[in-house]
Design a protein around this ligand. Structure first.
Ligand SMILES: [Zn+2]
Length: 214
């Protein structure tokens, strides 16, 4: 039912996994990503809650990267172990070299093993939608042709849709996946002032929608 189909080791020796549901040949394909940023562990919690549920009737193929940044998570930091913000390291047209900061996107685009892992997944699968889970802004942000899906997720969670997060994000995954590859891409920003259990109650309908209805 669930199979780990792809793994990679980080510089610190942690494993990043891609988990695939195996029971469906015909539905859409949806990719869900947690912990882009190491101090935002909520996505992995939600993914693991969903993976505990009975998935026998799901309609769509689901791909999960429960934790993209295990090195950052292990020290509760935004960046990976090379001090790079993975959400600024994608090989987009607007990627640029910046001064070192917590948003540092690396010395070159696609330089990080975590970034390349994601690029390979987008190359290997025909993906119909991406849900990338972050915190703490409590909004549904989107890139590419995803307004309809963003509206639906807003309706399910009560979090408002915000098309523009309010600051430039060169080299972001949303730019890469949504804008440049035209894959409907949702950046779900969870609130941080609530418990994980509460987050699951509010966001379970999003997972159910992507699995059974989308
Ligand atoms: Zn984030």
């Amino acid at each position: 039912m669930l199979k780990t189909v792809k793994t990679v080791k980080t510089p610190k020796g942690n494993k990043i996994e891609l988990i695939e549901t195996q029971n469906n040949k015909y539905g859409k394909t949806v990719l869900v990503i947690g912990v882009f940023h190491g101090e935002e562990p909520q996505g992995e919690y939600l993914i693991n809650e969903f993976l505990k549920s009975d998935l026998s009737g799901i309609r769509n193929k689901l791909l999960f990267v429960p934790c993209l940044n295990p090195d950052g998570k292990s020290v509760n930091k935004r960046q990976n172990s090379n001090g790079i913000d993975l959400n600024r390291n994608f090989p987009t047209k607007n990627w640029r070299h910046t001064d070192s900061s917590e948003y540092f996107g690396g010395n070159a685009p696609n330089s990080e093993v975590e970034t390349r892992f994601m690029v390979e997944i987008l190359n290997d699968y025909k993906i119909d939608a991406v849900l990338s889970i972050h915190a703490p802004f409590k909004i549904v942000n989107y890139d590419g042709p995803a307004k309809e899906l963003a509206d639906k997720i807003s309706e399910l969670t009560g979090y408002p849709v915000q098309a523009d997060i309010g600051y430039p994000t060169p080299g972001s995954f949303g730019n890469y996946s949504g804008v440049e590859r035209q894959i409907p891409t949702i950046t779900l920003e969870l609130p941080e002032d609530v418990t994980n259990e509460n987050l699951w109650i509010v966001n379970k309908p999003v997972f159910d929608y992507l699995a059974y209805e989308f």
